[in-house]
Design a protein around this ligand. Structure first.
Ligand SMILES: Nc1ncnc2c1ncn2[C@@H]1O[C@H](COP(=O)(O)OP(=O)(O)OP(=O)(O)O)[C@@H](O)[C@H]1O
Ligand SMILES: [Mg+2]
Length: 246
């Protein structure tokens, strides 16, 4: 079964950058297995940060399955969603990427959503690592798109607002009936860790001008120098995660 690492946090707290750096750090490891990046933010950015153009978007597949006439059997729907998701997996250099895209309109199509979630849980068996970048805030936890997570990394800026938001996300993740094994905070754009009542601290990512320049110039996480301070910090956060998830 895959080790699933999900990244959560406030808007602009460095989630996508952290997810992309963890993907790169995983690919650098000697014992690397198959890696799947999941862009679960409706405003998809993980592909850009990883330099991958998605071949398909799950939300569109879901729309197609919904549009099927009611005369189709349940089995047809299952097969069409499963087939569609496989089609949406983009093969990149050394890893795969799955892009979820914009959620459907105001109607509830829980049946198809449930199918999708079940299928995503099943996908875990094809990979050794799944790294999921989420939308800002807590909505994704309530909707349970983040299911069966081994490590939930809460990216947070080292401010009072950052700390309060991280605590809220922590409390919600603990309250919901989702299987999250471990939760830890990653402090963003700072040179030091900071205590947070009762929540594990996975580490911190320093402010790194190269990261900021790369995103402004449309470069990817693979363009960062090997010794980029942010990347070095992401590697050590991954080491910590690996010790706890051998
Ligand atoms: N360690 C860092 N040093 C310098 N700049 C950084 C660092 N981490 C992230 N950034 C920059 O901060 C901005 C926001 O980062 P990012 O997109 O990763 O945040 P996010 O939490 O995913 O945002 P959103 O909530 O919009 O999805 C980007 O321009 C990114 O390049
Ligand atoms: Mg993001």
């Amino acid at each position: 079964m895959a080790v699933t690492i999900a990244i959560s946090g406030k808007g602009g707290s460095g989630k996508t950058t952290l997810a992309a750096m963890i993907v790169r750090a995983l690919l650098e490891r000697a014992d690397k297995g198959a890696v799947l990046g999941v862009d679960a933010d409706p405003n998809s950015c993980l592909g850009l940060t990883l330099g991958v153009e998605p071949v398909g978007i799950v939300a569109e597949i879901r729309e197609q399955a919904r549009a099927q006439t009611p005369t189709n059997t349940g089995m047809d729907k299952v097969r069409s969603v499963e087939y569609g998701i496989q089609q949406a997996i983009t093969e990149a250099e050394g890893f795969d990427l799955l892009t979820m895209g914009q959620p459907e309109g105001p109607d509830c199509y829980c049946a198809v959503n449930n199918l999708l979630r079940r299928f995503l849980d099943g996908l875990g068996s094809q990979y050794r690592f799944v790294v999921m970048d989420n939308e800002a805030g807590m909505e994704h936890l309530s909707r349970r798109t983040t299911n069966n997570v081994d490590v939930l990394c809460i990216a947070a800026e080292p401010t009072s607002v950052g700390a309060v938001t991280a605590q809220r996300i922590f409390r919600l993740a603990r309250k919901l009936p989702i299987a999250v094994r471990q939760i830890g905070v990653v402090w963003s754009r700072t040179d030091q860790d900071r205590e947070l009542n009762g929540i594990d601290i996975l580490g911190h990512i320093p402010y790194d001008k190269d990261v900021s320049d790369a995103s402004m110039q449309g470069k990817t996480v693979f363009d960062l120098e090997d010794d980029s301070p942010a990347l070095v910090a992401a590697r050590s956060i991954l080491e910590k995660i690996m010790v706890l998830n051998p």
